[in-house]
Design a protein around this ligand. Structure first.
Ligand code: FES
Length: 101
């Protein structure tokens, strides 16, 4: 599936993923602003992204632990997700996410 990241510098980068999490895909492709400090265990929030509003049904809502983590972030919106919790699958094809600052 193809996933598109919009960085804080307004760069649009589309990459093709096969497996793993969206966070891992971003880190592997040096997407600025996604650090993945905790290694993808939902405890750092350095993988915060905003899902394109039209695409929110592709990802669904955050789980309980993820929600708790997001609440610590001032920048959170109804489209916020921690992208280490998004498993790459065909259902994410075409997904557009904006990297949170
Ligand atoms: Fe740490 Fe996602 S990589 S919360």
């Amino acid at each position: 599936p193809k996933i598109t990241f919009i960085t804080s510098e307004n760069e649009t980068i589309s990459v093709e993923g096969t497996s793993g999490s969206v966070m891992q895909l971003a880190v592997d492709n040096d997407i600025k602003g996604i650090d993945g400090d905790c290694g993808g265990v939902c405890s750092c929030a350095t993988c915060h992204v905003f899902i394109h509003p039209d695409h929110f049904e592709k990802t669904g809502v955050p789980g309980e632990i993820e929600k708790d983590m997001l609440e610590l972030d001032d920048n959170v919106t109804e489209y916020s997700r921690l992208c280490c919790q998004l498993e790459i699958s065909d259902s994410l094809d075409g997904l557009i996410v904006t990297v949170a600052q």
